[in-house]
Write a protein that binds this ligand. Sequence first.
Ligand SMILES: [Zn+2]
Length: 162
Amino acid sequence: MISKVKENIFQLYFKQFGSCVYVLKIKAKNILIDTSSSTNKSELLNDLKELNIKPKDINIILITHRHWDHNGNIDLFPNAKVYDFKNIEKNPIKEIKIIKTPGHTDDSICFLYENVLFSGDTLFHKGIGRTDLPESRPEKMQKSLEKLKKLDYKILCPGHID
Ligand SMILES: [Zn+2]
């Protein structure tokens, strides 16, 4: 299902378990933030089709962290450059600010674009992400949340909405 966040930002969410996918159009580039779980493949493709975007038209994929429910389906996008914790500094879209927020996982990243915060599994509308997973860094979560509090954002786009 598609929900419009802003003129150039769409939120895709799915019936089955998996993260939301955010579609951003910035300077003629099609950008995805997270790609959900592979079980949501056909729904993801249908939603993109509805937005008039072909898989080959996706230029950039930004991954909030390494969990499988956020980074399935990457192989659907033959022309996309994928940026995650390892190479995120090379992301060419300078309008998207990178905020490293270890806690839920050690490699969690949030993205700020204009007044919209994409918070992955770090921050939800009704709370924060789990920090009891093997790859979590619970001792770092508080500091990460304080970083987010200082940001000037109006719209929260979390990794999961229910
Ligand atoms: Zn996660």
